[in-house]
Design a protein around this ligand. Structure first.
Ligand code: PA5
Length: 426
């Protein structure tokens, strides 16, 4: 319920007059977003995923690997973080989803040697089908299966675009292949096959996730006062204009730690343009109350903290210690303790003249996670409109991809010349 949280940023933060002005701009931005969605324009089409994604198609594609003990996702950035976020939040055993998104040889070797390969499904994801890290890791993974005498073709599911080397490799081996939907950039694809294949294999109710997202999609209205997702995006934008250069996202649930990583990518890659964009920081409550919070409350006044929590938690009572100094914990549950820490920390920031925003989902279930992911995507798109940046491109990321390829191939390009000259800067 992001809308109800506006009060907690009103002082300090965004006053009522500023909210009214913002609301006029939100209306105009909403019209632009609605038109983009109606035309399935690149990027805006992401907000149509709840009606386009067919969980039955995903379930049919993963049927051959539905009994796998582990899922090994080979992908990076938007092709990995959504799936990790959903399995971390919702799978009964999230550790059964292992992600290879880095090409650190030590890590790749250790990951592969720790996994029972014959019982591990391979989920390869790349929208472009060309990303060096993903393709290189896939080739290493394939060889490891072959060396172990395991038929990787029986265990692999591919999600990729219509064309490209990954599509060709998948076709050549006749692998089950799901499409990355048209018009959807990687970081906005969590609610498609890109994000839903691993949770489907691990038995998560992906239908519920899509339903939750659809409920928020249906409720996107023109006013920030009626649309929590827009309230969040508009207030963050306004706080950025007022000097909040950093947005620390601090969920109070271990299962949402990956969510903070996902949102950091979504906001940084979408909004870090033209000299604008807040720096997202990943934090975790209550753990980071004992580290970063000091800086948030008493450091430079250039931050906003976004608190996220589920409204309901399981019961786990704290046994009595029969000790006077610990008697305040008698009869208390861990859920009560973490919620008290949350309430105290949220209140501590405005009291020190620092803004705080609360995002609450009813509970950590498929519906709630679908709502949360979709609301954050809508907030991000709104922020892009308000900042007038190209939300759906990532030229700096593409620069790095081109530079890597050229360096490996020994080519001389605009990018490699910059690399050659780097000694001038250090
Ligand atoms: O959001 C994005 O566009 C990026 O983070 C991509 O998801 C990432 O670079 C991986 O690209 P691809 O899916 O083409 O391998």
């Amino acid at each position: 319920d992001i809308g109800a949280a506006l009060a907690s940023v009103a002082d300090p933060g965004v006053d009522e007059d500023a909210l009214d002005d913002l609301d006029d701009r939100v209306r105009a931005a909403h019209e632009r977003i609605a038109a983009g969605r109606a035309d399935d324009e690149f990027g805006y089409a992401s907000l149509n995923l709840p009606e386009r994604t067919d969980p039955a198609e995903i379930r049919a594609a993963v049927e051959p690997v539905a009994d796998a003990e582990y899922v090994l996702t080979v992908g990076i950035g938007g092709s990995a973080l959504g799936a990790r976020t959903i399995t971390s939040a919702l799978a009964d055993e999230p550790e059964r989803h292992v992600v290879l998104d880095n090409v650190d040889p030590e890590h790749v070797e250790r990951t592969l040697s720790d996994l029972p390969l014959a019982e591990t499904a391979i989920n390869v994801v790349s929208r472009s089908g060309t990303t060096a890290e993903t393709l290189a890791n896939f080739l290493v993974v394939r060889e490891a299966y072959e060396d172990a005498g395991v038929d990787w073709t029986e265990l692999t599911v591919v999600t990729t675009g219509e064309e490209g080397p990954l599509r060709e490799l998948a076709d050549a081996e006749d692998l089950p292949t799901l499409p990355v939907p048209e018009g959807v950039p990687g970081r906005f694809s969590a609610l498609s096959a890109v994000g839903l294949v691993p949770p489907a294999i691990l038995g998560v109710d992906i239908e519920g996730v899509v339903d939750g997202a659809a409920a928020v999609a249906d409720d996107l209205g023109p006013s920030l006062r009626d649309t929590p997702a827009y309230a969040y995006g508009a207030v963050l934008h306004e706080l950025e204009q007022e000097g909040a250069a950093v947005n620390a996202v601090m969920p109070y649930a271990e299962r949402l730690e990956s969510f903070a990583e996902w949102i950091a990518q979504l906001f940084a890659e979408s909004l870090g343009k033209d000299g604008q964009g807040q720096t997202p920081v990943r934090a975790l409550g209550a753990t980071d109350q004992h580290s970063q919070l000091q800086l948030y409350r008493a450091g430079p006044a250039d931050k906003v903290v976004t608190f996220v929590r589920p409204g309901e938690r399981p019961e786990l009572s704290i046994p009595s210690a029969d000790h006077e100094a610990l008697s305040y914990l008698d009869g208390v549950g861990l859920g009560e303790l973490i919620d008290a820490e949350y309430d105290a920390t949220v209140a501590s920031l405005p009291a020190a003249d620092r803004p705080a925003i609360e995002v609450e989902i009813d509970r950590l279930d498929p519906q709630g996670v679908g709502e949360l992911l979709y609301a954050m995507e809508a907030a991000c798109v709104l922020m892009g409109e308000l900042a007038e940046v190209e939300t759906f491109t990532q030229p700096a990321v593409e620069w790095g991809k081109r530079a890597t390829r050229a360096l490996i191939q020994g080519e001389s390009t605009e990018e490699t010349r910059v690399v050659d000259e780097r000694t001038n800067y250090v």
